[in-house]
Design a protein around this ligand. Structure first.
Ligand code: GLN
Length: 281
């Protein structure tokens, strides 16, 4: 018989090889193996894991050791204090992406009934966070992947949000006839062949890579969003820290103004904000 506490200790040791948070991962996997919330572990450290639970734990530890993100194994990830469903069809929401939400909410008045657009929504993390904080706004969430969009709709339903509209399509293509007060995107922005990709191989490549300089998607957004933004509207783009200058150049070439880059919690330039005064390129 294995006690919960020793199962956690042993799993923590093994997971240290692949995880930056091995203890947390171990706890979440043990909790999942016994089908109990994590809090149960601390109240019942001496409970023992039966044979089927030990087997379930071993399977998920092996998945994690093979490089699968914990969020894909558990099927969920917390973002903006919301429990979100994720699948291998979507990126795992990152804490730094909460900066996009924070900046959008700073701009959108509490009772506004604005039109908000989230391009490349993936799991719907950004759209769902904003829709839950601004119930009078309508948030349109677009993604080229129907599998990802199914996850986004599920997340909107799970949180009882009637103000999220999910549409399949390539960037602005399905919303060309509309106008938005705020446009947000966490597009792919990693360079082809970037060594950092080795650690991201479980995640959908189309959500990560954007050409030789990582700017292919951002170039499309700078160009095409200028014709669907309301006059004076705000666009917020997530990017890599070293892309700040190139993005500013790209944005001003398409008439964007008041271009300003914000730092994430780790101090890295992460989100560039811009406004468009005319609604036309
Ligand atoms: N922020 C992610 C990473 O570098 C990349 C996400 C993206 O390309 N949008 O791990």
């Amino acid at each position: 018989m294995t006690a919960i506490s020793s199962a956690i200790t042993e799993a923590t040791k093994r997971l240290a090889r692949v995880s930056e948070s091995p203890r947390l991962d171990a706890e979440l996997l043990v909790a999942r193996a016994i089908n109990m919330p994590r809090s149960y572990l601390f109240a019942h450290p001496e409970d023992s894991l039966d044979q089927p639970a030990r087997k379930r734990l071993e399977t998920t530890i092996a998945q994690r050791l093979a490089g699968e993100p914990l969020a894909y194994i558990t099927g969920s990830k917390e973002f903006w204090s919301l429990d979100l469903m994720v699948s291998p069809a979507t990126l795992v929401p990152r804490p730094e992406t909460e900066l996009l939400v924070e900046l959008a909410l700073r701009d959108i008045p509490r009772r506004a009934d604005w039109q908000i657009l989230d391009l490349g929504t993936g799991s719907g993390a950004i759209a769902v966070a904003i829709a839950s904080e601004r119930p009078s706004c309508t948030v349109t969430a677009v993604d080229a992947s129907r599998e990802a969009l199914a996850v986004a709709s599920q997340n909107a339903r799970q949180h009882d949000l009637g103000n999220v509209i999910c549409i399949a399509g390539d960037w602005t293509q399905p919303v060309r006839a509309q106008n938005f007060d705020v446009i947000i995107s966490n597009p792919p922005y990693i360079r082809t062949g970037d060594p950092a990709l080795a650690a991201l191989k479980a995640e959908p490549i189309a959500a990560l890579i954007a050409g030789d300089d990582g700017l292919d998607a951002i170039r499309i957004l700078a160009r095409d969003c200028s014709s669907i933004i309301a006059a004076g509207g705000l666009m917020l783009l997530e990017h890599a820290p070293d892309q700040q200058r190139d993005i500013a150049t790209e944005l001003s070439a398409h008439g964007w103004q008041a271009i300003e880059t914000h730092r994430d919690h780790a101090g890295n330039p992460r989100v560039t904000a811009a406004r468009h005064s005319t609604g036309q390129p």
